[in-house]
Design a protein around this ligand. Structure first.
Ligand SMILES: [Zn+2]
Length: 102
């Protein structure tokens, strides 16, 4: 599924994703979202839109990954926080969080 629009809190990205990823991204509200998909390879992102800049860029946003490995209780660990950041203003276009159950 090429040129798929995925929404984030601060804009959207246009990416080439698999059908499986598209299913995850679909929260049943007629739009697809970055957060439930998890990490998308920067090479598969052709464009993004930043709300702060109010501008579209023909490139991937920067992907910043943290691994807090933070225990959240109930045997859940916050494994990874990935943020897609605007190359121009550094604001967050979207993010995902990966959890692991012990
Ligand atoms: Zn920006």
């Amino acid at each position: 599924m090429s040129n798929t629009k995925l929404k984030g809190s601060g804009g959207f990205i246009i990416a080439d994703i698999t059908e499986e990823e598209a299913k995850k991204a679909d929260l049943g509200v007629g739009e697809l979202f970055i957060a439930p998909v998890g990490k998308i390879d920067e090479a598969k992102i052709s464009k993004y839109y930043c709300k702060v800049c109010d501008c579209e860029f023909d490139q991937s946003p920067k992907l910043s990954i943290e691994n807090p490995n933070e225990a959240l209780g109930q045997e859940m660990i916050l494994k990874e926080i990935g943020q897609y950041l605007c190359n121009k203003c550094n604001s967050k276009v979207g993010e995902y969080r990966e959890f692991e159950k012990l």
